[in-house]
Design a protein around this ligand. Structure first.
Ligand SMILES: *[C@@H]1O[C@H](CO)[C@@H](O)[C@H](O)[C@H]1NC(C)=O
Ligand SMILES: *[C@@H]1O[C@H](CO)[C@@H](O)[C@H](O)[C@H]1NC(C)=O
Ligand SMILES: *[C@@H]1O[C@H](CO)[C@@H](O)[C@H](O)[C@H]1NC(C)=O
Ligand SMILES: *[C@@H]1O[C@H](CO)[C@@H](O)[C@H](O)[C@H]1NC(C)=O
Length: 421
């Protein structure tokens, strides 16, 4: 009979199965498996954990490096990330501490953007030095805990590192003041492994306005990127560094989207439609992110997802669903902002809880396993890969941008700057 399996063929099937199992494909949670409102939480959690064993959960924004600065002055001998910090002061008594290696493992974290953040107060002072020190700190963490984490600077290496069981670790700079109006500094940050720059933190730079510009009466509602700011975006495109629009003003979002030749990211922002906060992304920008092929990685900060009310995992799911509805399933991700927030949702208290978020989404038949894999990490890997493709396409067509910020923008702010004639 045609197609019937003889004993010999069974042997072949066994071999194929073995090869597939070794390669880690074809034996996982079926991609078409859908959410089911009648399933118990424990069962959904189990499915979520299985999904995250096969596809990485890559979070867009974690501020552990900043807490290591502010609590222990970057002295790594004073912390053991191998053990739970839940019982170790000062971490245990701080509402800002949510991360250690045991909890990263419990949370099935497969990739993490570690953030080199420096306060806005360092702008026009030593912000570049402080940024370098945070990059140094991240690299020292990755060396000290190399059994568990590995630096990644190429999109194709994320899955390679994930398959070894280590956390694929990427570096982002939060705040354009970290490059201090210098494209030379930007280029050197790229060489150090930085793969995204958040154009602003809470302060405007001389070339980009931050979210406070959206507040009524700021007088800056229609000011976004100036000419130099557009050059920063284009130079990032040329380098292959992702443009992060979390924290920027709506006009800066618009200008960056109009300027960038590559997909943009929001490393930790939620939906303004559900909580009218300037840190969140309005619907018209979500529609543009879809066209731009970018991504919005939803944050967990209670103030941003529940507008100051008590938040829980359902609020985060609602923001994810809204971004999905407007921008599309290929343009949504997760950027909790752990260690950078002090009010976390009930059920998502620290990095050990990501599977609970997927379990919540698995109540909804709209979500299948393929969708959850995209949300968890496949979308950001795709975006990063497209940013690299734009970089490759620009090779030979664009040379390093050599213009300086016009001195007009620095009037009264150069006390701590050597000025060339
Ligand atoms: C962390 O724990 C592992 C396993 O116990 C050990 O091999 C490793 O040396 C530890 N690393 C640090 C930095 O303490
Ligand atoms: C930490 O958060 C809890 C719950 O919101 C609050 O009651 C407490 O005062 C906070 N602790 C500090 C030190 O701010
Ligand atoms: C979250 O809180 C809302 C009320 O604000 C409630 O309706 C919902 O059931 C809660 N979700 C979970 C998972 O507890
Ligand atoms: C810069 O120097 C001037 C004059 O010495 C001083 O008045 C001003 O406060 C200084 N500005 C800053 C930001 O330090």
């Amino acid at each position: 009979m045609a197609g019937e399996l003889t004993g010999k063929h069974w042997w072949l099937v066994g071999l194929v199965f073995l090869v597939a199992a070794t390669a880690g494909v074809g034996v996982g949670v079926p991609l078409a498996l859908k959410g089911d409102p009648n399933q118990a939480f424990e069962q959904r959690l189990e499915t979520a954990r299985k999904i995250l064993s096969e596809a990485p959960l890559i979070d867009g924004h974690n501020d552990l490096p900043w807490n290591i600065r502010s609590f222990i002055h970057n002295q790594l001998e004073k912390i053991n990330l191998n053990e739970s910090l839940k019982t170790v002061e000062p971490w245990s008594v701080s509402n800002w501490s949510h991360t250690d290696i045991p909890r990263l493992h419990e949370g099935k974290v497969g990739g993490q953007f570690w953030v080199a953040y420096t306060p806005c107060d360092s702008q026009y002072l030593n912000s570049v030095q402080l940024t370098l020190e945070q990059i140094d700190l991240i690299k020292r963490i990755l060396v000290k805990y190399k059994q568990y984490m590995e630096l990644v600077t190429k999109s194709e290496d994320i899955m390679k590192v994930f398959r070894t069981g280590k956390i694929a670790s990427l570096i982002g700079i939060e705040g354009g003041h970290g490059i201090s109006n210098s494209l030379g500094a930007l280029r050197m940050m790229y060489e150090l492994g930085v793969r995204y720059l958040t154009l602003t933190h809470t302060c405007h730079t001389p070339w980009a306005t931050a979210s406070p510009a959206d507040e009524p009466g700021s007088g800056l509602e229609h000011v976004g990127l100036n000419e130099f700011g557009k050059k920063v975006v284009l130079e990032m495109n040329r380098l292959g560094m992702m443009v992060d629009l979390s924290h920027v003003s709506t006009q800066t979002m618009r200008d960056a989207l109009a300027t960038s030749k590559a997909p943009v990211i929001f490393s930790h922002s939620s939906a303004r439609h559900l909580c009218n906060n300037a840190r969140n992304v309005p619907d018209d920008i979500l529609r543009q992110v879809r066209i731009n092929r970018g991504i919005v990685m939803v944050s967990f900060f209670a103030d941003h997802i529940a507008c100051g009310q008590e938040a829980n995992v359902s609020h985060v799911a609602a923001h994810i669903n809204h971004v999905r509805d407007i921008a599309g399933i290929d343009h949504v991700g997760i950027g909790a902002d752990f260690d950078g927030i002090n009010k976390t949702p009930q059920g998502l208290e620290d990095v050990s809880k990501y599977p609970a978020l997927l379990a919540e989404l698995l109540r909804d038949p709209k979500w299948n396993v393929r969708d959850l894999r995209k949300l968890a990490g496949e979308n950001i890997i795709r975006v990063f890969g497209e940013v690299e493709k734009v970089r490759d396409d620009l090779q030979g067509k664009m040379t390093p941008i050599e213009e300086d910020l016009h001195p007009e923008y620095l009037k009264g702010k150069t006390n701590c700057t050597y000025i060339f004639d």
